[in-house]
Design a protein around this ligand. Structure first.
Ligand code: PHE
Length: 458
């Protein structure tokens, strides 16, 4: 990508193109699959509140920092950070922040592709009419059967990685932008339709509202905070260089704070809409909110099987979910691909090598509920859950912490202000810098520290 990039830095033809690509990265399985089930497992409103706080106090400042560093460095995260560190007369070891990011991206995509494969499988189920008239038990059975079937899960995981690889190699970024422009509004529309249905027809909308927004101090715990922070990083694509490398392709003329506002706003909105669509169904069919990571797959088909035009809506929804997963998956590949391309590989070789390693790394995750169901890695967690824990809840926040410290403390304020096209006395800039220097790093360090301490203490 580096070579192509230096001649094509304007590849995001405008700020809008960047917002679309970055939103394509942010909005994905994290919003529609991850957020509802994590909220369900962690007491609802308490999780949601902490999640929103993490977005405002940590996610926003770190995203501005990542885009700023990316646009200043104009290369893969490893080399962007190395060159900025050089300019600022800091140690070139800071580049390892980029290396940690690449590792996190590989780990995340390894399980992300398994879930991406499920969305492909669900397109097939929707097409053959498997949701027709099903109730809660039948719907859960479809998901349970899928989990048990190693061959199908691996086939879908393989298919998902092949699609990603194909898109990255074909270099159809323009096509992808068009897809996001078209499909993102459609995804919004379907979500709003589903929320409308949940509001009007489930009789459980009030219960869902209360679950999602009525904060209860009793639910607050270290684990909830830890999970909510990991979810915030994961959902915003932060802490591993994806947004940084996209920032490297952002034209100089665009306002970073404004674009960040759009990306964060849309990502948060989609997550909240997903919650508002899913929980009324959960309550109306008598499911437990904490029934785990199958939540979106087990609930929405019940509705598609029941409402007018449900067949058509079901197919469309799972196609859109797959597209959202693909646009996020591409950004998960990008830091590693751009890095290996800069080291002299061709783009297709770099992407192919990385994709193959990720595919291999995903196999144990794919086998978590069948051949390897006896394997427990972290506590009760199987392989899939353990990789997810390590990548989302530990590596991303650590990546974000390092970005905040590097940008906040080791890059001169004047450099940052110049890249942000503002001056250091400006109030928005000062607010950002203070949050980046103090609030975000202290917050992340405290959450991780308490969790680690808790793990060792018992
Ligand atoms: N933000 C994406 C999602 O919500 C996942 C992702 C994480 C993408 C990290 C890139 C980097 O699905």
């Amino acid at each position: 990508m580096a070579k192509a990039q230096s001649s094509e830095h304007g590849e995001w033809s405008s700020g809008l193109a960047f917002v679309l690509a970055a939103t394509g990265s942010a909005v994905g399985l994290g919003n529609l699959w991850g957020f509802p089930y994590k909220a369900g497992e962690n007491g609802g409103a308490t999780f949601v509140l902490i999640y929103l706080l993490c977005i405002a106090l940590v996610g926003l400042p770190v995203m501005v920092a990542e885009i700023t560093l990316g646009r200043r460095g104009k290369r893969s995260p490893v080399n962007s950070i190395r060159s900025i560190a050089g300019d600022e007369r800091q140690s070139s070891r800071w580049r390892f922040v980029g290396v940690v990011g690449i590792a996190a991206g590989v780990l995340i995509l390894s399980f992300y592709s398994v879930v991406g494969g499920w969305t492909l499988y669900y397109i097939g189920q929707a097409v053959v009419g498997a949701f027709e008239g099903i109730g809660s038990d039948a719907s859960s059975a479809i998901f349970a059967d899928l989990k048990k079937n190693a061959a199908v899960i691996i086939t879908c995981h393989t298919l998902f990685m092949l699609i990603l690889y194909g898109i990255v190699v074909a270099g159809v970024r323009k096509g992808l932008q068009r897809a996001v422009t078209l499909l993102m509004p459609l995804l919004f529309a379907i979500l709003i339709l589903l929320v409308g249905y949940s509001m009007a027809a489930t009789g459980a909308f009030g219960q869902a509202l209360e679950f999602l927004f009525k904060f209860k101090t009793a639910d607050l715990s270290g684990t909830v905070i830890f999970e909510a922070m990991g979810q915030a990083f994961f959902s915003l694509s932060l802490g591993m260089g994806a947004i940084m490398v996209y920032g490297a392709y952002l034209p100089k003329s665009e306002s970073i704070p404004k674009t960040t506002g759009w990306i964060v706003g849309m990502d948060t909105l989609v997550a909240l809409l997903a919650g508002l669509a899913i929980f009324p169904i959960v309550f109306s069919v008598g499911k437990e909110p904490a029934s785990g990571f199958g939540l979106v797959f087990e609930t929405l088909p019940i509705v598609f099987g029941k409402i007018p035009l449900g067949y058509f809506l079901g197919v469309t929804f799972f196609v859109l979910l797959s597209v959202a997963a693909v646009t996020s998956g591409i950004s998960l590949l990008e830091p590693a691909t751009s890095y290996f391309t800069e080291r002299g590989g061709s783009r297709s070789l770099a992407a192919g090598g990385v994709a193959f390693v990720i595919w291999l790394a995903g196999l144990p995750s794919a086998l978590t509920w069948n051949l390897l169901s006896d394997v427990h890695v972290v506590g009760e967690r199987g392989i899939f859950g353990s990789v997810l824990l390590l990548a989302n809840e530990v590596m991303l926040p650590v990546g974000g912490l390092l970005v905040a410290i590097f940008a906040g403390w080791f890059v001169r304020g004047s450099t940052l202000a110049r890249e942000l096209e503002t001056h250091q006395g400006q109030w928005l800039f000062m607010t950002w810098l203070i949050t980046l220097r103090f609030v975000a790093p202290l917050g992340i360090a405290m959450v991780l520290g308490f969790k680690l301490w808790g793990a060792f203490a018992g």
